[in-house]
Design a binder for this molecule. Sequence first.
Ligand SMILES: NC(=O)c1ccc[n+]([C@@H]2O[C@H](COP(=O)([O-])OP(=O)(O)OC[C@H]3O[C@@H](n4cnc5c(N)ncnc54)[C@H](OP(=O)(O)O)[C@@H]3O)[C@@H](O)[C@H]2O)c1
Ligand SMILES: *[C@@H]1O[C@H](CO)[C@@H](O)[C@H](O)[C@H]1NC(C)=O
Ligand SMILES: *[C@@H]1O[C@H](CO)[C@@H](O)[C@H](O)[C@H]1NC(C)=O
Ligand SMILES: *[C@@H]1O[C@H](CO)[C@@H](O)[C@H](O)[C@H]1NC(C)=O
Ligand SMILES: *[C@@H]1O[C@H](CO)[C@@H](O)[C@H](O)[C@H]1NC(C)=O
Ligand SMILES: *[C@@H]1O[C@H](CO)[C@@H](O)[C@H](O)[C@H]1NC(C)=O
Length: 363
Amino acid sequence: MMGLLNTTFTLGLCRSFTLLINCQRRITMQIVQLSSGYDMPVVGLGTWQAKSEEIENVITTALNTGYRHFDTAFNYNNEEAIGRSLKKWFDQGGNRKDLFITTKLPNFGNRPSDVEKFINLSLQRLGLDYVDLYLVHMPFSFIQDQNSFAPATNTDGTITLDLKSDPVAVWKEMEHQVKKGLTRSIGLSNFNESQIQNIINNSEIKPSNIQVELHAYMQQQSLKQFCQMHEIYITGYSPIGSPAAKQHFQTKYNYTLQTFPDLLGHSVVKKIAKNHNKTTAQILLRHAIQGGITVIPKSSNPDRIKSNIDIFDFTLTNDEMGQLNNLDQGEDGRIFDFLFFNGVANHPHYPFNVQMKKSVIST
Ligand SMILES: NC(=O)c1ccc[n+]([C@@H]2O[C@H](COP(=O)([O-])OP(=O)(O)OC[C@H]3O[C@@H](n4cnc5c(N)ncnc54)[C@H](OP(=O)(O)O)[C@@H]3O)[C@@H](O)[C@H]2O)c1
Ligand SMILES: *[C@@H]1O[C@H](CO)[C@@H](O)[C@H](O)[C@H]1NC(C)=O
Ligand SMILES: *[C@@H]1O[C@H](CO)[C@@H](O)[C@H](O)[C@H]1NC(C)=O
Ligand SMILES: *[C@@H]1O[C@H](CO)[C@@H](O)[C@H](O)[C@H]1NC(C)=O
Ligand SMILES: *[C@@H]1O[C@H](CO)[C@@H](O)[C@H](O)[C@H]1NC(C)=O
Ligand SMILES: *[C@@H]1O[C@H](CO)[C@@H](O)[C@H](O)[C@H]1NC(C)=O
């Protein structure tokens, strides 16, 4: 029998439930309760770069393997395909209340007058009346291109920054969406600690969730402490190190990170995987959730979709947790510095101190 295993989710409740799938396979999933009062499954499916032609099948596979939490964004351009897949599931008797759907306000919609417009568009595309979590995708804001859903660019190739944007004013509109019932919970993504504090200081409804890059090379120790103090759960994105991002940055933006990590191939992770007869991806994901983080690994491959959620039947020992904790590179481990948005570091709300990054990562 699979039971509730040791984790250090110290905020709110951490419970587990068992799903019976196709009347035969039992899947245990842990959930946490957000400060909004709603439950969030600790593993969700990431969907960035999931191709629209494959995403319908991906979502169906994920639902059949026990996923109930899905992460998307207006910017991923896959909400419609996800919506089609969800509709099929509802038509076969699936219950909306069992799902946890997250989407995000795009960086070119970071102004109060655009919040409701974009949440409505996302809901329309997803075919839903409400989302479970709406996040401000990024703290900096861009002017929208007149003819498309993309940031406008200047003649020199830089992105057109919106220097007047006010994150607190945007947050007030986010709170409105909760009151209108269009989203159950609200949160922030890619904000740094003082930016989050500024929102908390000026909010009626506190953020329930912060979504940031988090993996073995960038463990966000300081933000973890900060969020515990404020009863906010962190969702870790790129939890296995986003191996396909390198090629994507290169192809789409002609942008190359000085060094690109290979977490899945790290010798320490491999050794621990061998101890447990698990894949290195499962070890990385287990490390995060055992440290109190919720994770949203992306996969479009049926076997990997299935194995990435199969992490509730083993526990890493304190020694193994220690070895994995030691892989932390802090700021140097960051993959998503967003510098592929040409000129973004000049925005007053650019969240990262890029000078701090020295970039020597070895495996
Ligand atoms: N808020 C933000 O700004 C932000 C930024 C980045 C990401 N995110 C969210 O976080 C999600 C996850 O992050 P991510 O997509 O950057 O990276 P990730 O989940 O760390 O890695 C996904 C990549 O790893 C591969 N993969 C998945 N499972 C694997 C396994 N078991 N073994 C080997 N390879 C595996 C996938 O390829 P296959 O599909 O071929 O399996 C895909 O290329 C995103 O999809 C998105 O929803 C949010
Ligand atoms: C968003 O949708 C709601 C409910 O359908 C509607 O009342 C509201 O006017 C819409 N707002 C905008 C800005 O489109
Ligand atoms: C938030 O409020 C506290 C207490 O009033 C204050 O000390 C802190 O400087 C404020 N932080 C920000 C980022 O506004
Ligand atoms: C890509 O970037 C490199 C170095 O930054 C530059 O030399 C090259 O001209 C760029 N290529 C294109 C197609 O813009
Ligand atoms: C190891 O895991 C694989 C895949 O889950 C399974 O087929 C195999 O039987 C396991 N081996 C042992 C020794 O438990
Ligand atoms: C957090 O973001 C603000 C911009 O809003 C920036 O001034 C500050 O330096 C950032 N803090 C860190 C630690 O990078």
